[in-house]
Design a protein around this ligand. Structure first.
Ligand code: GLN
Length: 490
């Protein structure tokens, strides 16, 4: 058997189920590795080792009990995972990477985390994120920047950078993330991991601290597609606490070893291969598409003509929603409060001290876009163009089953290169924003390395609620390639 810390979700569950190791063994090994390597990675905002050991012991006891009585064992019993620090877990501090929530301890648990806990997971801690998930590098975290395990001088991507780095550094086989405009897929790409951004409405947002409510979706980062499917199945489903979840059946995804992709039609959007994309990124993505073709998939060039508007549309809608969502941090109900003589001063001082500069920028942009006299010109127009972007996808999915495209125009960049230029940072998101605007699912996985040995990712996007088809193709690809098996030398 591999070192316990190298095991995938599937391998961990096999080892637990066969009795090769206990959850306590696995959790102990993982905690040891985190102790040793976390000082160079900074993946976690909050670690919960005592809780993890307690949950692991309880999982082992439960397993013994169930075995004696012959009852079925919960699907993920004893599996350690990490959770992005914008998803709430009752009793564990949830900062959202912000000073304004530095001491916020939620009294509720996000539904997707609750479902995983019910299936038996062990919680290792909360991972670093850009403040309120606004960013593409974790450099907007109010606490620290997470390092990319492949090159410690570089960012892990963002905003779920802590989760991606934790998976790449073998601190965990699975870490939850959220994706509002690319925050699962882009860090997965930068760190060489797999990641699923589910269909909007597939996974409950209850307990996901809101950034852009019409765009936010919770998903997971793992080392393999098979693992992502295993966790996704459990997280997904209707939730009476989130009116935007859909009451559609969640498939119990069965992935087999078949690598024959005959009958699968994959579209390659010409608008995603633009000037400015790093040549070895394009090369790796094209090579992966050729590989899928060799496996039997029919490849066809398609067009998503409104792609170029995704960036301005997203950077109006997301800040507009954020400005409304972040109004609740007023020093009265949640988080930081700066005491002053008057209440108005208290609001101003609390918000002024609690929010970082990117969050303030977005609140201002969003408030402006929503203000009387500008609403129609900015927010209203953006909503109309959003519909056109969604219709582009609808149209393309009449003739193909899924779309294959790059995730980011570059591989992981060095810390600091975009921090002075928000627009340059926003440009990193050009290829991920459209899926969120259209609400469609996206599966990210590694498809090669650039000439600096940094991972390159590819994404498959499918029609609403067709995650299973994406998993099947991604899993087939990982059967015949080994990019996802490489790990950084830490
Ligand atoms: N980078 C994008 C932003 O800053 C997307 C972030 C996300 O998906 N949470 O808004």
């Amino acid at each position: 058997m591999n070192r316990l810390t190298d095991l995938t979700v599937r391998e961990s569950l096999d080892a637990l189920n066969s009795g090769e190791c206990s959850s306590l063994d696995l959790t102990n090994e993982i905690l040891k590795r985190i102790d040793e390597k976390e000082p160079s990675i900074h993946a976690f905002l909050t670690r919960t080792p005592e809780l993890a050991l307690q949950q692991a012991k309880a999982a082992d006891q439960k397993r013994a009990q169930l075995k004696r009585s012959g009852a079925a064992v919960p699907k993920l019993l004893g599996l350690p995972i990490a959770v992005k620090d914008v998803l709430t877990v009752e009793g564990i501090r949830c900062t959202c990477g912000s000073k304004i929530l530095e001491n916020f301890v939620p009294v509720h648990t996000a539904t997707c985390v609750r479902k995983l806990l019910d299936a038996g997971v062990v919680i290792l801690g909360k991972t670093n994120t850009d403040e309120f998930a606004m960013g593409s590098s974790t450099e907007n975290s109010a606490y620290f920047t997470t390092r990319n395990p492949w090159d410690l001088e570089r960012v892990p991507g963002g905003s779920s950078g802590g989760s991606a780095a934790a998976v790449a550094a073998n601190f965990t086989a699975a870490a939850l993330g959220t994706d509002t405009g690319g925050s699962i897929r882009q860090p997965a790409s930068f760190c060489g991991t797999t990641g699923i951004k589910p269909t909007y409405g597939r996974v409950s947002r209850y307990g996901l601290i809101a950034y852009g409510s019409s765009l936010d979706s919770a998903g997971v980062l793992t080392r393999t597609v098979e693992d992502a499917a295993l966790i996704f199945d459990v997280m997904a489903g209707f939730d009476p606490r989130d009116a935007t979840t859909m009451d559609v059946p969640v498939p119990q995804i069965q992935l087999d070893n078949r690598t024959d992709l005959h009958g699968v039609r994959i579209g390659v959007p010409k608008e995603y291969f633009i000037k400015g994309i790093q040549p070895d990124v394009e090369q790796a993505v094209r090579a992966a598409i050729a590989q899928l073709e060799e496996m039997g998939a029919a490849i066809k060039e398609v067009s998503l003509p409104h792609t170029e508007y995704a960036l301005p549309v997203y950077y109006l809608i997301a800040p507009a929603e954020a400005s409304a969502n972040l109004a609740r941090y007023d020093g009265v109900r949640f988080g930081l409060r700066v005491e002053t003589e008057s209440n108005i001063e208290m609001f101003k001082k609390s918000r002024g001290a609690g929010f970082g500069s990117e969050v303030k920028r977005r609140i201002m942009l969003g408030t402006y876009a929503l203000s009387a006299g500008y609403y129609d010109a900015y927010y209203g127009q953006a909503q109309k163009v959003r519909t056109l972007i969604k219709q582009d996808f609808d149209k393309v999915f009449e003739s193909v089953d899924m779309i294959a495209a790059p995730i980011a125009p570059t591989t992981a960049f060095k810390r600091g290169v975009h921090t002075e230029d928000p627009l340059a940072m926003y440009l990193e998101d050009v290829f991920t924003l459209p899926a969120n605007l259209a609400g469609v699912p996206g599966l990210a996985f590694c498809c090669g390395f650039d000439n600096q040995h940094l991972p390159v990712g590819i994404q498959l996007m499918g029609p609403h609620f067709k995650e299973e088809s994406l998993f099947k193709v991604g899993h087939a690809y990982q059967q015949v390639t080994d990019w996802h098996r490489r790990s950084p030398d830490l």
